[in-house]
Each structure stands twice: as structure tokens, then as C-alpha cells.
Ligand binder design. Sequence first.
Ligand SMILES: [Zn+2]
Length: 192
Amino acid sequence: MDLQELKTKVCDAGKMLLKEGLVARTWGNVSIKVNDTQMVITPSGRKYDELTPNEMVLVDIYTLKYEGNLKPSSELKLHCQIYKTKPEIGAVIHTHQMFGSIVAAAQVDVQVLDENHQNILGGKVIKAAPYALPNTKKITMATAKAIENSNAALMSNHGVVCIGKDLEHVFDVARTLEKACELFIESKKAIV
Ligand SMILES: [Zn+2]
């Protein structure tokens, strides 16, 4: 796939986040790995419904240098860290999806109760990374650690990050995480 096609895919995925209600509160971000050293990510500070493929930003995973006039998403460090530590990952999305954000605000790990959800999420527990200021090294490293053994992690008081082998997979992870978080919240209500 050439770079232009990848940029179109990232742009469409950004719009899909909005359409599916995965970025209800504020914007999230999407990236795809181009090769071992580069990724394409959504830009910072642009409305998703107005995005065009040419506004997607090509970033060097190791140096964080980027091409073009638009800045890459402010969360780019986290995306780069994930691609560096998990070579099998091809796509990353960061969202503020509702149920995921509720559990992230509670700063608790999610027990994934449904077996189908466990398969898609790659584990029985989705960990909550401890709170740290956005875009800092601390939050980047804490989140990368929380996602070590599954396809998703919560970022305390903020949102979630999901990873997958490609865009289709990562969207499946995000949707499934939403169902798993809802089920987890409901199960807690059933007990009290
Ligand atoms: Zn965010």
C-alpha cells in the first residue's frame, strides 16, 4: 500500500471514531504503522469531520520528526512507544469512549467477564495506567506498561488506548472494550 492510500485510511478512520461515538467528549487520535520506522497519524487540533487525507502526518517513530505543516496529534509519543515495543502492532487508536472513560475515571482495572470479549481484547484484565499529566514521558511509559499483556489500556481520568494488527482489528478492540466496560460496571451494580 502506498503512502497516499495509508493517509486516506487514517483520515477515514478518524471520521469513523466520530461516527461511532468513540470520541464523544473530545477528539481522539488514530495511527497506522507504515514500516519499521514510520507511522501516519491524525493531526493535532483539527476537527475530524473536516479532515482530508493530505493533512495526515508522517512521523518517524524513533526521532518523532514529522513532515508537513500540520503538527501530529499531541499523543504521538504514546503511539510511537507502542510501535517500538510491540512490533506486531499495525494500528493504534486513542479514544474518549463513554464506558471506557467512566472506568478510567474510577482508576480501576477492568475484569473482562465475557469469554468472547477476552479473546478480542487479548486478556482477562484491562489495566488502568496511573494518572499522570497528558503527553508526558510518565504517562507514555505507564500506559505502554499497562498495555503490555492485552490489546487495550485505560488512561486514568482521561480515556483509553487500543492496539491491533490493523485498523479493522483495532476498531473491533475499541467496540469490544466498550461492551466489556459496560458489562463490568453493570456487574458491580448487581453486587451492591
Ligand atoms: Zn485524549
